[in-house]
Design a protein around this ligand. Structure first.
Ligand code: BT5
Length: 255
């Protein structure tokens, strides 16, 4: 096995705004690919589209990785895909049935246990690089989950009824990320897509997709070669969705 790239250098912080922003700053200062930022607490933890990522101090994993792959623009989506595969695999090694919900959620028992936020930034030479931000609910208790999110959020420790060793989990995750990042660097795109499909939560399910002001309903067929979700509508027509939020329609269709 070659030398590990991801996690060769790890910065640990007690408190930051967002680990993604710290990683962005490090990229501008010339940090090397594979640099990892960890924090115990974020005052400005972010999700997609300006949403907030909530995580009580010292309980969960808040991590960002700086990557500098040479990718064609239409392969960039594979960064989030390979990261979700790495994350789901790591959780599976702990015995969790972790599934990937397109585009960027990891679910356990149908509830969100982790989220990924991939952002494109520039480094000190104005070259494009990426920050993969990962938030995992590890030892957060049910009471620490905001009330309005409780029925859709899960946390690893409470599922197993014990406190999990976050450092061991981080170590496993960085190894898995390294492995999957190698697939990406060596352009084994098919393998990533295949692994992703095996772990996909939505495939074969009836879903409602919110795409800006549009709402689509159909059966999720998987993703295409650009990372877009394929949706089979009742009419038989297949829609391609490049981004959006998904709601399961299971309940509506149980008759
Ligand atoms: C995500 O966004 O799921 C990406 C989350 C990425 C967080 C990491 S933490 C380290 C790094 N630094 C950052 O600042 N961010 C990254 P999205 O799909 O937009 O989901 C956000 C939504 O998930 C929120 O609007 C809430 O509804 C919900 N949410 C918030 N906190 C959560 C939590 N701890 N567990 C599950 N769901 C949560």
């Amino acid at each position: 096995m070659g030398k590990l790239v991801i996690g060769h250098k790890i910065y640990r912080y007690d408190e930051v705004g967002s680990t993604n922003d710290v990683a962005k700053g490090l990229a501008l200062e010339g940090a090397l690919e594979g640099t990892v930022v960890l924090a115990e607490y974020q005052t400005n933890g972010r999700g997609r589209l300006g949403r907030t990522w909530i995580s009580p101090r010292g309980k969960n994993i808040l991590l960002s990785v700086l990557l500098k792959p040479h990718l064609e623009p239409d392969s960039v989506f594979l960064i989030t895909l390979m990261s979700s595969v790495a994350l789901a695999r790591t959780l599976a090694s702990y015995g969790f049935d972790a599934r990937i919900k397109w585009p960027n959620d990891i679910l356990i028992a149908g509830k969100k246990a982790a989220g990924i936020l991939t952002e494109m930034v520039s480094d000190e030479h104005q070259s494009q690089c990426f920050i993969v931000g990962i938030g995992i609910n590890v030892n957060m208790t049910q009471e620490e989950i905001p009330r309005d999110l409780r029925d859709q959020v899960s946390s690893l420790g409470p599922i197993k009824n014990k406190t999990l060793d976050r450092n061991a989990l981080i170590k496993g995750l960085l190894l898995s990320l390294d492995e999957n990042y190698n697939l990406l660097k060596h352009k084994h795109y098919e393998k990533i897509l295949e692994d992703w499909s095996t772990l996909s939560f939505l495939t074969g399910k009836w879903v409602r997709v919110f795409v800006r002001e549009r709402i689509l309903e159909g059966v999720a067929l998987g993703i295409d070669r650009k990372g877009s979700l394929l949706l089979k509508m009742e009419s038989g027509l297949i829609e391609t969705v490049s981004s959006g939020d998904i709601e399961l329609m299971e309940k509506l269709y149980v008759q």
